[in-house]
Design a binder for this molecule. Structure first.
Ligand code: ATP
Length: 307
């Protein structure tokens, strides 16, 4: 029987560590990125069409391109190109993840589109092939495909899965605005120049994951994880968007075990002891008026799955 459509649910990520090294000659920064996939999702549905088209709906649809520049469309086009076929598919994205929020929503959509198109077209691509297509699409797309918990080095795309015991509960405060990833890295570099600090990869040792953080994940130890969360971009981002410093403070005051900026922002992440504590924290954060909306989620979760 001909498959009429495939829907894949693709998770967001939080960086429990984002250590930034120097800028490489190709313009990317060396990173030690510890990723955790969390249970906040976009749904990507693909169905046969005479040409590649995209529609975006849902609470986060505004600000997402509904044309061939959409990351999910780019994923479909690149997969089709490798397979020597036309990307004759309609992609429907049900957008729940914050846009330009540092939770890799676009990368999640791209990873979801790869899995969905591969199934729709019956390609049965092996994992390594999908991973190499993902890496060509963006630094966060390989992890979008992998899910779970992983260390990403290079520009974040060279992945090693990490041991993680149990489940961690999070609340995400969605800002009323997005932040551009390249702009945040430019601000980080400007800051280093102003401080007289080195900023090229040739002059800075490659960043490394925190041993305490890796141990906290492996043991499933919430308090130890709370003590070792870190994001090198947070001081720079909160300096030019002080309202995010206020959101972080509001979450701490509302009982979060720890608070940090999600990736390049503008979403902020708060660790809670358990699910009821996360629900309580989400209510208090929303009531504080320091964010536009909240998402409660747990992690790690698996990568994109057909539903
Ligand atoms: P990261 O955490 O990987 O830095 P992000 O979460 O900050 O990413 P995204 O939401 O992935 O940012 O999107 C960044 C930009 O990419 C958006 O401003 C939007 O214009 C563009 N974009 C293209 N395709 C998508 C998509 N499917 N979903 C969201 N944004 C997309």
């Amino acid at each position: 029987m001909l498959t009429r459509s495939v829907t894949v649910r693709a998770p967001a990520k939080v960086n429990v560590q984002l250590a930034v090294g120097g800028r490489r000659p190709d313009g990317f920064h060396e990173l030690a990125n510890v990723y955790m996939a969390v249970s906040a999702y976009d749904d990507i549905t693909v169905s046969p069409s005479d040409r590649l088209t995209v529609t975006v709906s849902g609470p986060g649809a505004e600000g997402v391109p509904a044309d061939e520049t959409n990351l999910a469309a780019q994923a479909a086009a690149l997969l089709a190109k490798h397979a020597g076929i036309e990307p004759a598919v309609h992609i429907r994205i049900e957008k729940h993840l914050p846009v330009a929020g540092g939770m890799a929503g676009g990368s999640a959509d791209a990873a979801g589109a790869l899995i969905a198109c591969d199934a729709l077209w019956g390609l049965e691509s092996d994992r390594d092939h999908l991973m190499s297509v993902a890496a060509a699409l963006g630094s966060d797309v390989p992890f979008g495909l992998m899910g779970g918990t992983a260390l990403g080095v290079g520009r974040g795309e060279l992945l090693t899965p990490l041991a993680c015991a149990g489940t961690f509960h999070w609340v995400f405060a969605v800002a009323g605005f997005g932040l551009s990833t390249p702009e945040v890295y430019r601000a980080y570099e400007r800051h280093r120049r102003q401080m007289g600090s080195p900023f090229t990869a040739a002059d800075i040792p490659a960043p490394r994951p925190s041993p305490a953080l890796l141990e906290a994940l492996a043991r499933g130890d919430h308090s130890a994880l709370a003590a070792s969360l870190s994001n090198d971009l947070e001081p720079v981002v909160t300096a030019f968007r002080p309202e995010l410093a206020r959101t972080l403070a509001a979450g701490r005051a509302a009982g979060a075990l720890a608070a940090l900026l999600c990736g390049t922002g503008a979403t902020t992440a708060f660790l809670a002891r358990d699910e009821p504590a996360a629900a309580h924290l989400a209510r208090r954060l929303l009531a504080s008026g320091s964010c536009a909306s909240v998402l409660a989620a747990h992690g790690p979760v698996t990568g994109p799955r057909p539903i």
